[in-house]
Design a protein around this ligand. Structure first.
Ligand code: FAD
Ligand code: FES
Length: 275
């Protein structure tokens, strides 16, 4: 069913935008960690995007996307008053959230938006939430104010030192884990190398580490096998078994290889679309 766009905000001009969609049925059911599959045209592919927020009263969901290739460029071409051809969801398992104490939520790049929804779920249930966010530079940092409104502590890093700690989120994470031994879980959402580095950082501390995986998805409902990942030596389908998994068990090199498998076709596709 066409899903109207009620609000659009450019977070990083030309690169990242936030859309608020009128999707009352999805908003009623969606919980942190869920995602939706969107299709912009009859012949177009379906792409997965995480639900970054919901407003049940107003029947809306929020998505935040990085313009990567043809499908996200088609989404970026839409504005308030337009409708997305189909939005299917909520899909995947929601994040497991229970009241246990201190949780550290790490977000990188566009993943900060998805992490924000998970962090909000932990804050609502009464966990102490430490947010750790990072980007290449200050102008690429997302959702800082939104996170500040509910987290107990927010640690920020930029690669170039233009804001917060100069360096990587994993350096802040390591310092925080050394300082506070009460952390019961670390949750990470962001680029694959960042999630792999978070898992390696937490391993010596023995802290449960949950990562939200982003393999290529085609149907999003467990039928096609496109989103196959290896976790603890077993094959899992991220769309129905995940997308969140134990970061210490994920085969990250395989995920990286599979994400790059169609690079040539993706380049041709965006070049043809731009012409
Ligand atoms: P393309 O040029 O087709 O591809 C660019 C790169 O995006 C590829 O190299 C590949 O790494 C990835 N990609 C391509 N097609 C798919 C696909 N069908 N499924 C997954 N990845 C693909 N991105 C966001 O910006 N915000 C989000 O909230 C978000 N949430 C996601 C949640 C899940 C569960 C998953 C699996 C992915 C999520 N992504 C998110 C990634 C997003 O789906 C891809 O960036 C998008 O599909 C790229 O499509 P494209 O045609 O614009 O780019
Ligand atoms: Fe088809 Fe997961 S996307 S099985």
């Amino acid at each position: 069913m066409p899903t109207p766009i009620l609000h659009k905000e450019s977070l990083i001009p030309g690169k990242t935008s936030k859309l608020v969609l009128h999707a009352p049925q999805i908003a009623q059911k969606a919980r942190p960690g869920h995602f939706v599959m969107l299709r912009m045209s009859e012949q177009g592919e379906r792409i997965p995007l995480t639900i970054a927020d919901t407003d049940r009263e107003n029947g809306t969901i929020t998505i935040v996307y990085l313009v990567m290739g043809k499908s996200t460029a088609m989404l970026e071409a839409l504005g308030v008053g337009d409708a997305i051809l189909d939005v299917c969801g909520p899909l995947g398992h929601p994040t497991h959230i229970e009241k246990r104490g201190t949780v550290v939520c790490v977000g990188g790049g566009t993943g900060i938006a998805a992490m924000h929804h998970i962090a909000k779920g932990h804050a609502r249930i009464g966990n102490k939430v430490v947010g750790v966010i990072g980007a290449r530079s200050k102008d690429l940092l997302l959702f800082e104010n939104e996170l500040k409104s509910f987290v107990d502590e927010l640690l920020v890093s930029t690669d170039d030192g233009s804001y917060g700690h100069k360096g990587l989120v994993t350096e802040l994470l390591r310092d925080r884990l050394e300082k506070d031994k009460d952390v019961f879980e670390v949750v990470a959402v962001g680029p694959v190398p960042m999630m792999a580095a978070v898992a390696e950082t937490t391993r010596p501390f023995g802290v449960k580490t949950t990562v939200s995986l982003n393999p290529i998805m085609v149907d999003g409902i467990g039928m096609c096998g496109a989103c196959r990942v290896t976790v603890g030596g077993k094959t899992k389908f991220a769309c129905v078994d995940g997308p969140e998994f134990d970061g210490h068990e994920v085969d990250f090199p395989e995920l990286r290889r599979r994400l790059a498998a169609y690079r040539e076709q993706e380049t041709i596709s965006i070049e043809e679309y731009r012409r």
